[in-house]
Design a protein around this ligand. Sequence first.
Ligand code: PEP
Ligand code: MN
Length: 362
Amino acid sequence: MANETSRLLSLLLSADVPALRVSEIIRQAEADGLHVDHLAGPRHVLDISGPTDLCHAGRFQDMTSVERVIEPRNGLRFASLDLFPQRSQVRVGDAVFGGEALTLVAGPCAVESREQILTVAGFVAGAGAQLLRGGAYKPRTSPYSFQGLATDGLQLLAKAKEESGLPLVSEVKDPRQLGHVLEFVDMVQIGTRSMQNFALLEEVGKCGVPVLLKRGMGNTVMEWLLAAEYIMFHGNPNVVLCERGIRTFESATRFTFDINAIPIAKQLTHLPIIADPSHAVGRRDAVAAVAKAAIAAGADGLIIEVHPQPDQAMSDGDQSLTFPQFDQLCYDLSRLAPAIDRQWLPAFRDRSPVRPPHVSES
Ligand code: PEP
Ligand code: MN
């Protein structure tokens, strides 16, 4: 580790660097009395430390196969915007997170029945969603609450995908479930309560599937980004971050949406970031306002809970939007997007581009 008279540098090697060249650079640095840690994730990164007179950027920056040299400001490497200055995009089916267009994920908190999931999928697809969400393994505070339909839920999600064409996002709580869930879904969600389940982070890191990583409700932005770093270090670059609210003293809402986290995380990482206003506020009368604020603050998209009859939902009904409320939100987003230089590709693809709002908040 670097101290006042020593320095730490991170070297990003070129994407096509041959293994022999990696060993050669390491050998040479070690022969010069420097300490080398080789981080082999989606790319090769060498952490090199030693006395400041030996360990300086000039020594490395013109070397063959060295793409970039930085003095790391924090613990981030593969998720670091300093080391990877180009914003990354994560593709899931036809949807792209982190492109010019906003990405909208919508669906019920949990899959409850065939009719429920097929109705929601058809509706949100028509209104502008690009991915369908729905939990089959629910992380519930009480063991006596509805835990999800498990495999039956996954099969119903597959049916909804077949009918709506939307790729699927669903939560995995346990690394032992991962293989099974991956037979059905296109993107796995790591929930707020699992953000530091390191065994789970490692498993999703090894399998390369797109991951939606929610921020832990009691975790700092840096802890959240380091959780992403775990996934990436184990080989998976397809990480999308999701701010979903943190615990504060405020009791008028379920959690507090941390709008600060969006610009702050964007300064530190190249990964796409979306917002989950549903879980953050926990009440449907405030979801749309927070959704729009998050987009205005720079979020790349949203994940929104929608239910055909929220009052009868088996989980998170209070925060689930009705169909007309979701439709209204999509309409508002289609008008907001151009004002912040974002595109709203999917909205109203089968309809006229501008419709008057027709729903009042309820
Ligand atoms: C969910 O998406 O339904 C969920 C449980 O989210 P979180 O982990 O953010 O509470
Ligand atoms: Mn939920």
